[in-house]
Ligand binder design. Sequence first.
Ligand SMILES: NC(=O)c1ccc[n+]([C@@H]2O[C@H](COP(=O)([O-])OP(=O)(O)OC[C@H]3O[C@@H](n4cnc5c(N)ncnc54)[C@H](O)[C@@H]3O)[C@@H](O)[C@H]2O)c1
Length: 478
Amino acid sequence: MTITSRPSAVAPSLLGGSIELPTRACRHSEPRTVSPWTGAPGTVGRVAVVGAGKMGLPLAVQFTSHGWDVTAVDVQASVVDSINAGLNHVTEEPGLTEGVAAAHAAGRLRATLDGAAAAAAADVVVLIVPVMLNDEQQPDYRYMDAAVEAIAPGVHPGSTIIFETTLPVGDTRGRFAPRLAAVSGLRLDEDFFVAFSPERLYSGAALKNLAMYPKLVGGLGPESGARAAAFYGSVLDAEVVLMSSAEAAEFSKLADTTYRDVNIALANEFARYADRVGVDIQEVIAAANSQPYSHIHQPGLGVGGHCIPVYPHFLLSRAPEMELVELSRRVNDGQIGLAIRTIQKALGGLEGVPVLVLGLTYRDGVKELAYSRALPLIERLAFHGAIVSAYDPLLSDAEITRSAAAPYRWGTPSDARAIITQTADPLFRSLDLGLFPAAEVLFDGRNSLRDLALPERIGYHGVGVPAAARLPAEAAVR
Ligand SMILES: NC(=O)c1ccc[n+]([C@@H]2O[C@H](COP(=O)([O-])OP(=O)(O)OC[C@H]3O[C@@H](n4cnc5c(N)ncnc54)[C@H](O)[C@@H]3O)[C@@H](O)[C@H]2O)c1
């Protein structure tokens, strides 16, 4: 296996975190449409994308842009109707509105509720519906099980079925392929083909990432791997990496995301120690990461979104002996306790104290509340008696109210005695503290306001950034 474009080959950011890779230009010539499609170079066919959400819709658009005819399959009639009208229902994804309109106008993109019919007409089926966690932190397969049941009657000789949704190791082979084989009566890797290829896109940069990150592919047999790799070779400009098995590809996604969770947990532990010894953790991380083998991420109020806090549990569901993984989850989830204890100490308690939380989505710029640390933060603040108000530039007042906080109007006076930032939205850097005459504490949960000018009455608390060290991190290393 070769990966030619590694992140470490690109000048890394001294501040850690995500590394921008260059996008690869399209090197495809005009393709030839064939039916059935058998993977020959330079040919394209028909693909069904099952789950036309934040990831599925950009994929559908990408596939059309490389000559494939795409049928998007979804269980929501509103999603199907919107796509069939040439409209993009996924907000905050640059280029997607134009992409959907162009694909629709070219007659290459249509949508349906009928998974079996779409699979019957397709050479390739890509499944990208969510697999999440249930209350016991075990994989919740309800959407994927339903999607597999829906397409199974349409699987035919020559079908290539690719799972892109992140799965526990072994599920493509052990849980889903047997069901497809049983319903279709076909032989795996001989009559039809099944592969796993993790989706690694970043919400908000999906179309750009498609030309950036190497596409990992693992088949359930040699022909399955080859077909899936040929498909991605025809639709992606990024490098396609054919791995030795579906299990290796499944594990790679869990390894990548769990590595980041463990890395952040380490940064959070470092930040606690930095607080204790009065050292600026951002200066430390920037300096440590100037050694090219060090890639320490940033500390903060914990990890949200439906990837990083979820996939360690997929690993743990099969490998409970991974103590480091389990501990890292606890460390990261424990960060909100740190914020609460800090404010309690600064104000002598939270009973009846007005507190403003800024940023409710799991990260700035992405309108997604899944596993956002803001939700348990608000719950815990309220549990201790605080009167919580909140603001997020991406959310309406009704959405804020559903998070159990009173909506705060940006730019209006507030009686908050403590302010906590839970995202690093750039807007918060223009916070007018004159509007907060009672404010005594700013807890900077993402260390994004470290250079904000504060009146003397307001105590600053970062995550491993002591008040005395409030110099911009980059200036501090120079
Ligand atoms: N969102 C991300 O940032 C991200 C990043 C990388 C990978 N992923 C992977 O992509 C998967 C999907 O994430 P998403 O953000 O696109 O989810 P999403 O919720 O935005 O979209 C999922 C879509 O699937 C549809 N759906 C549900 N059950 C279905 C079924 N049985 N048949 C057809 N459609 C069905 C839903 O109606 C919805 O439109 C995740 O589980 C994850 O494995 C997501």
